[in-house]
Design a binder for this molecule. Sequence first.
Ligand code: DC
Length: 221
Amino acid sequence: MGKSIAIDGPAGAGKSTIAKMAAKELGYIYVDTGAMYRAMALYLLRKGVDRNDTTAIEKACEDADISISYENGQQVVLLMGENVNAFLRTEEVGNMASASSVNPRVREKLVALQQKLAAEKDVVMDGRDIGTVVLPDSKCKIYLTASSAVRAKRRYDELTAKGETCDIDKIEADIIERDHRDMTREHSPLKQAEDAVLIDSSDMTIEEVKDAILAEAKRKL
Ligand code: DC
């Protein structure tokens, strides 16, 4: 087992931005587990699988070949050997990922892939169940959150900077709905591990959050 930092928290708390920065400073590999659930979702969308059809999802899950490689330190997700990074960050894929990740077969398959990566390398891994299920023995666990209003504002700023028009109240309502689904699902719901440190980034800068995590890593690892 390599060394690991396990970061969990709801969508939009800043996990990936901060995990990437921390990984770079420590010389660890950044593992984005959400991207794996998104790749599975992309496969389901491409196959035209209905999000409520459990049997079809489990069949597709068996057929889907998902693997990870690294190019210039960047995680690349391969779906049937194809680099699909460019297709993963859409609302459609995110919603399908949130829906299909409730399936225990989907989770089993991707958790095995995540554990294999952590066994081979030192990792900063982010997701929803890293401290609770994927790496329960990790010595450094962080639960990173922020208020739904702050997360909605960050997403709103991101979209308007890209020239998109959007409704901040609708964004916040979507965030609350996704949190609820991720936190109340039967298998591996999003929750803070007992031995995780809570960081609320609502009133913190990215630098401050990164420093807090690096300090925690120094203490624990
Ligand atoms: O972090 P993200 O938005 O890329 O994740 C997309 C979806 O995948 C999210 O709604 C829940 C699911 N997910 C999960 O169930 N477990 C993880 N470790 C990571 C993501």
